[in-house]
Every structure is written in C-alpha cells, then in structure tokens.
Design a protein around this ligand. Structure first.
Ligand code: TYD
Length: 198
C-alpha cells in the first residue's frame, strides 16, 4: 500500500512523517520522501537554491520521481510493504502548476502527460491544510525560506492541492494542520491501521 503526505511548506508533514516511523514500527513501513536522498535529489535541491529555470527544475523533480519509483517504491510494493512518502506526485501538481505558469501554455496538462503511463498513484493521501500565515511563521522560525515560501505562492499551491483533493475525494484525507501534532498523529495512525487491516 502506498500512502503519501502532502501540504505546503510549514504544514507539519515532515514531523508527522517522522513521528509515524515510531508509531507504526510494528508494520515495518518503508519511510521515504521526495525530493529523495539520492544524487538526483541533491540536484533538485541545488536547482531550488539557485533558482534554476522553472522547466529545468520541474524536469528534475520528475527525474527524482522516476528514480524514487525505480529504487524505492516499486521494489517495496512488490514485497507487499507499506510505503509512506513525505511528498510525492501531488507536490508537482501543486507547486509546478504555479512555477510553470507563464512558461508553458498548460502546466497541469503538461504535468499529467509527463507522468502518464509510468507513475503509481497513491492508495491514500493525507493533505495537511492550514492558514498560509501560520505555515509561514513556522518556516520563518526554522530560518529556511525557499523561493516557494512566499505567501501568494503558498496560497496558490494550497488551492491547487485542494482542487486535486476535490477531484479525487476517495484518495484524499484532508487534515486541519492547525490541530495539535499529537491529535493529527493519532488520527493518521488510526486511519492507516484501519486501512492496512482490510
Ligand atoms: P521539501 O520536502 O519541503 O524539502 P525540505 O524538507 O528540504 O524543505 O521540498 C523542498 C521544496 O520543493 C518544497 O518547497 C516543495 C518543493 N517541491 C516542488 O516544488 N515540487 C515537487 O515535486 C516536490 C517533491 C517538492
């Protein structure tokens, strides 16, 4: 089963992902992420830091996804493992739809076709939603401010996520990211346990 956690920067998804590692220890989940911990992932981070051309950057995110599927996701699913990814395909539809607008005519259409036929759609996606101001306060405290982390950008990114969730209500579970980390963690843990029992 493939489960993903998504949301804007500062939504709390990475802390949730980390906490799940311990809470779901008995299920031996494969905990993974995009951008990945590989040389392609490093190039993605470099492209972000150097504000590379948006099309080049988008293609690096897609390259990272392809490597992630081949090296981590497919082998783990083939062994029947539970895979939980911190960011995955929906990050592209949320973020690159914004970064590519004005660069190419139809960013969403382009993103669909570039993934078509080889990606694996998650079984379940947790989307953490919270006011952009709250998220920004959190990232500013961390002292990291990537170019995606501007209020107007994050607002559009979050809207793109919500549009995807509306289009696929059976896959998405929307969570209030302003709730306490413990409340969110327990809820997500229960949902995953319920679904892995089926
Ligand atoms: P993130 O997972 O937040 O990395 P870190 O923990 O190092 O901050 O991802 C880095 C940034 O990349 C984040 O702003 C979201 C963005 N991103 C995209 O724009 N598209 C994608 O497909 C992915 C996976 C991430």
């Amino acid at each position: 089963m493939l489960i993903t956690i998504e949301g804007i920067d500062g939504c709390g998804k990475s802390s949730l992902h980390e906490a799940l590692t311990f809470r779901l220890n008995d299920l031996s989940p494969v905990m993974t992420r995009e951008p990945g911990a590989t040389w392609i992932g490093d190039q993605v981070r470099r492209a972000i830091a150097e504000q590379a051309d948006p099309i080049a950057e988008a293609l690096l995110f897609v390259a990272d996804h392809a490597a992630h599927l081949r090296e981590v996701v497919r082998p783990a699913l083939a062994e029947g493992r539970l895979v939980i990814s911190d960011r995955y395909i929906d990050s592209r539809f949320a973020y690159q739809a914004v970064s590519l607008s004005g660069c190419i005519p139809d960013p969403l259409g382009w993103l669909s076709s570039v993934h078509n036929g080889w990606t694996i759609i998650p079984d379940l996606t947790f989307l953490l939603v919270l006011p952009v101001e709250t998220a920004l306060n959190r990232t500013q405290k961390r002292g990291s401010a990537e170019h995606f982390e501007k209020a107007e950008v994050l607002l559009q990114v979050q809207n793109n996520y919500l549009n995807r969730a509306r289009a696929e209500p059976g896959r998405f579970v929307i969570l209030d990211g302003a709730l306490s980390p413990e409340t969110i963690l327990s809820f997500v843990e229960n949902e995953i346990r319920k679904r892995t029992l089926k």
